[in-house]
Ligand binder design. Structure first.
Ligand SMILES: [Zn+2]
Length: 270
């Protein structure tokens, strides 16, 4: 059983200074915002605890508000649906534009390993990063973001940047999210560690873990000394990866590629 998360908003906190439609000339000059994100939270047939379904229902208006205030959608709506599903997965479908977040995935994360993901509701942070990964796919699709690499890596990058940059001004929230990203990497690496899928569109699981740790540490130095990532951090340094630069490059690329669709005050935090 889970303690129902308190009033903490784990998913999105408005960090951006949202511009009002009427006063922001930048927005008027940018892409039209004719469509919206919609969030549907379905019941669960005992896949997850009802308190978690209630949690997502509580969050539903905030998720919609933040997404709709942040992003312009000029072409069509994006629906986010939380439901049981038959698989432990999450996915984005282009037509109609829909993100499916499966409760089975949340249950799998919660039950994995020795239950460490339950600590401090870490599994919710992990699940929310995965939601951002799927939103990343939706943004790539809707905004026709050009790519010279795999879209799965782009989705990981977009998820990490948005998950961290929407954590609000509270540094503890940002640190908590950075740690959740590390745990996502750890979880991904447990999924098929004995069967590396070299032909897959996803980067192989161990490297995804190294990437996520690098970007999380690069964005948030406060987690650099966490015991569970010391080996990886050492190896990243030995490989001469400069993680703060990697994160900064991703954030800058995101702004360059889709900044026109973001309704933010340019004096804001992004
Ligand atoms: Zn993906």
């Amino acid at each position: 059983m889970f303690a129902r998360p308190a009033l903490e908003i784990l998913f999105f906190t408005i960090v951006f200074v949202i511009s009002s439609c009427s006063s922001d000339s930048n927005r008027n000059a940018g892409p039209s915002d004719r469509f919206d994100f919609f969030v549907t939270v379905e019941d669960s047939s005992s896949i997850i605890d009802p308190t978690l379904v209630a949690y997502f229902r509580d969050q539903q208006p905030a998720i919609e508000n933040v997404l709709n205030n942040l992003f312009s959608l000029p072409e069509r709506d994006i629906n986010i649906v939380y439901q049981d599903c038959m698989v432990e997965n999450a996915r984005y479908l282009s037509e109609p534009s829909e993100i499916i977040m499966c409760y089975r995935l949340l249950a799998a994360i919660t039950n994995a390993e020795d239950g460490i993901y339950q600590q401090g509701n870490a599994m919710l942070g992990m699940f929310n990063w995965i939601t951002w990964h799927e939103i990343g796919h939706a943004l790539i699709d809707h905004y026709d973001i050009p790519s010279l690499g795999q879209k799965e890596d782009m989705a990981d990058s977009l998820a990490t940047v948005f998950f961290l940059e929407t954590s609000g001004s509270n540094i503890l929230a940002r640190v908590k999210r950075a740690r959740a990203i590390v745990l996502v990497g750890e979880y991904i690496n447990t999924l098929n560690s004995g069967d590396l899928r070299w032909a897959d569109a996803h980067t192989v699981s161990p490297q995804r873990q190294y990437n996520l740790v690098c970007w999380a540490v690069g964005a948030e130095r406060n987690i650099e000394n966490d015991a569970n990532i010391q080996q990886i951090v050492t190896e990243l340094k030995a490989a001469r990866r400069i993680c703060p630069n990697e994160y900064a490059e991703k954030k800058a690329a995101m702004e360059e590629l889709i900044g026109a669709y973001l309704n933010i005050d340019r004096g804001g935090n992004l």
